[in-house]
Design a protein. Structure first.
Length: 410
């Protein structure tokens, strides 16, 4: 009997303990996660996809036509500035160059011969001019005397004293004298000025030199060299092919600098500046970038503006037209009250929960800069040092306790 009483008492105690435990659990004040509001940097990151572009692209073209004798490089090869790219058959151009050299030698020889006899030529021409001048002066005197005879004879013929034939003979003599004067004038004009002839011969020498210089420049056009240092993107021709003037042969890109071109929504434009840092992201790399250029106009169809971001690291891994993500930070606040976005409650406006002196949940109205981010900038309603509560499972008016630091939960 005594044993049964002991067992019964034990069971009763266990029931009481269980009932108390159940009651205690049902009436335990719940704990809640808390967040202390502090000032920190707030940033909004904008991500957009762009493509890699090299610093400069140059399409190399021919200036002359002919058969391609050699093509020295393939697409993908690296070349330095002035590296030979192709050579074109230049036999005809070389023959023309040699002919021009021969013409120059002949012109120089003529000038030298003339200059060696320049003194004699000058004296001879001066003497000839003196003789012609004297002859012309004599004819002018004779012509003046003849004119007097013609005047007198004309009067006598009109009076019937002299026959008409005498006047006709005098007029014939006058016509002969006029012709003689014309002949002398022509001979005077035909006498070359020695200085003028020397200038003509010198000019022919200079013209021959200019022709040779142009021929040398033309010869250089048959051997095409790279205008820049970089990588060959495309090759359009092959050896043995007939090309014409102006035909494209290769495309070369300068890859000393590389950029990513992205289209950014125009709404971010007021907060984007040249020199601003960016982050470039691929599956394997995350490197630094810097805004180098902002397009001067907005695309009206897309509402975007093109931004060129220079790649600052690991340039060798970024190839032409490769796509990658560009992260920009157009909005930054140095001292902002930033809280987790999941601490906001949307109930008649945005609110956060705090704990009053009676350990009851209390709602405070707040305003934010951007609701749609993991960490939210509170523009009004909170102060530095305030504690806000995680609203998950709680409502305003409930009695709760803050979770002790380092405690995971009840």
């Amino acid at each position: 009997m005594k044993k049964k009483l002991i067992i019964g008492g034990t069971v009763g105690i266990l029931v009481l303990v269980a009932a108390y435990t159940l009651w205690a659990n049902n009436n335990q004040i719940p704990t809640v996660e808390a967040f202390i509001v502090e000032e920190s940097m707030y940033q909004e990151v904008v991500s957009t996809i762009g493509y890699v572009a090299y610093e400069k692209e140059v399409v190399v073209s021919t200036q002359v036509g002919g058969i391609l004798l050699s093509v020295f490089h393939e697409a993908g090869d690296r070349v330095d500035e002035l590296t030979p790219l192709v050579s074109i058959d230049d036999n005809d151009a070389k023959n023309n160059y040699e002919d021009l050299q021969t013409s120059l030698k002949l012109a120089q020889a003529r000038l030298a011969d003339y200059q060696s006899g320049y003194g004699n030529n000058r004296n001879t021409i001066a003497l000839q001019r003196e003789v012609l001048n004297k002859e012309s002066a004599g004819i002018e005197i004779t012509k003046a005397q003849l004119q007097d005879q013609i005047s007198k004879t004309t009067v006598l013929v009109e009076e019937g004293v002299s026959p008409r034939i005498e006047l006709d003979n005098l007029l014939d003599q006058q016509a002969q004298l006029d012709q003689s004067i014309k002949t002398i004038t022509a001979r005077q004009e035909a006498l070359a000025d020695p200085g003028y002839t020397a200038r003509e011969l010198s000019a022919s020498v200079e013209a021959a030199k200019d022709s040779i210089k142009r021929a040398e420049e033309d010869l250089e056009k048959y051997n095409i060299k790279s205008p820049i240092s970089g990588v060959i993107l495309e090759r359009y021709v092959k050896e043995g092919e007939l090309v014409g003037p102006g035909q494209n042969i290769m495309k070369i890109a300068s890859d000393a600098r590389k950029f990513v071109v992205v289209a950014l929504d125009e709404s971010y434009l007021p907060n984007i500046n040249i020199g601003q840092e960016a982050t470039l992201v691929t599956d394997l790399y995350k490197v630094k970038g810097r805004i180098e250029e902002i397009a001067p106009a907005i695309n009206r169809e897309t509402g975007t503006v093109d931004i060129k971001v220079e790649i600052l690291e690991n340039l060798e891994v970024f190839l032409q037209n490769m796509t990658l993500r560009v992260d920009l930070t157009p909005i930054t606040f140095d001292k902002a009250l930033v809280v987790p976005g999941n601490y906001l409650v949307e109930n008649g406006g945005l609110k956060v929960y705090t704990l009053n002196e009676a350990n009851q949940v209390e709602a405070i109205q707040v305003e934010v800069y951007n609701r749609n981010l993991p960490m939210v900038y509170i523009t009004s309603g909170l102060k530095k040092g305030m504690t806000i509560l995680n609203p998950d499972g709680f409502e305003a008016g409930m009695t709760v306790s803050k979770k002790a630091e380092g405690v995971e939960g009840p």
